[in-house]
Design a protein around this ligand. Structure first.
Ligand code: UDP
Ligand code: MG
Length: 317
């Protein structure tokens, strides 16, 4: 089953400082894999220019001219990492049997590719690259990322811990990915939903060898928020729970107010006002939560995700 066509998809946004070095390292890697017949000689690296404002695209064109091992697509404008990645994956699946996605800065160890391919040839449809440690990451990045993964878990989103977008996916998986039509894209959450046999490969994460992170804090927060709100209705359900708690509390307050009134420790009108405030706010909170539940349902319906994916069918010849 070996000798399949591999495409490596790499989104690039203002990466002129790194793209040549990345090309050099990947060329060596791919040529070795082709020589061992692990992958076909039609395999390629495909850069996705995500509306870069620097010379990234010119460089990609130049590299492609020189080496047929490298190709590229260019988006009409900057659409963000996840969309650029999706564009790359959807284009690559037309030509490839198996696709690996990674970042332009090679922070993800390219030697893990061999192991990913081994696991793919052993029958896995998705292989997740997982960082075994984050020693090389700055303290801030490391802490925020760890909080992010923990928070996602408590919010009920199924993500692979410490896995970014370094992953192998077969053509079969990418064909299914096409059916996830959501606009707020969080690929890390979608792949586990697709299912199929999968495995993980551990690797050490390196420092960016040149240039700066294209994920400033604002983009990072947006990304995390997208991840939670596109996969979980827990935040909405929280409002409903709050409503229920407030309602129970308001009954206790009611009791307290009555006792105080009977004991005669109140001024005129106090009982009525306090009880009204508690009961009306509790009812409001309950009502908002209830409406939220329906909005949550509408939200999941509008995403029109596939309800099931058949992995094997014995009816086929
Ligand atoms: N990227 C992109 N579009 C964007 C931002 C980033 O295509 O709007 C790419 C970027 O070129 C890189 C990858 O996404 O290949 C990951 O970005 P980066 O390495 O800056 O993120 P970090 O490793 O700091 O999380
Ligand atoms: Mg990076």
């Amino acid at each position: 089953m070996k000798n399949e066509i591999l495409y490596i998809v790499i989104p690039c946004y203002n990466e002129e400082e790194v793209i040549e070095e990345t090309t050099k390292r990947l060329k060596e890697k791919l040529n070795n894999l082709i020589k061992n017949k692990t992958i076909s000689k039609d395999s390629k690296v495909m850069y996705v220019n995500d509306g870069s404002k620097d010379k990234t695209w010119e460089l990609i064109e130049k590299i492609h001219e020189k080496e047929k091992l490298f190709s590229g697509i260019s988006l009409s404008r900057n659409r963000g990492h996840q969309n650029a990645l999706l564009a790359g994956l959807m284009t690559a699946k037309e030509y490839a049997d198996v696709v690996i996605s990674m970042d332009a800065d090679l922070q993800d160890d390219i030697d893990a590719i061999d192991e990913m391919l081994d696991k793919y040839y052993a029958g896995n449809e998705i292989v997740y690259g997982v960082r075994s440690s984050r020693k090389k990451d700055a303290w801030f990045k490391k802490t925020t990322a760890e909080i992010f993964y923990k928070f996602m878990k408590t919010m009920g989103v199924d993500v692979v811990y410490n896995h970014a977008d370094y992953r192998l996916a077969s053509k079969k998986v990418l064909n299914e990915l096409e059916n996830y039509k959501e606009v707020n894209l969080f690929l890390r959450g979608v792949f586990p939903l697709i299912g199929f046999k999968s495995d993980v490969v551990y690797y050490e994460r390196n420092e960016r060898f040149a240039g700066e992170s294209k994920y400033p804090l604002k983009k990072m927060l947006n990304f995390a928020w997208d991840g939670i709100t596109s996969f979980s209705v827990k935040p909405i359900r929280f409002v409903l729970s709050l409503g229920i708690i407030m309602f129970i509390m308001s009954l206790l307050v009611l009791l307290y107010c009555l006792i105080v009134k009977i004991l005669g420790h109140t001024v005129a009108g106090w009982t009525f006002i306090v009880c009204s405030i508690w009961i009306t706010s509790a009812i409001e909170m309950l009502a908002i939560g209830l409406i939220g539940e329906y909005i949550g349902k509408i939200y999941s319906e509008t995403k029109a995700r596939p309800r099931y994916i058949i992995s094997k069918n014995l009816n086929e010849k």
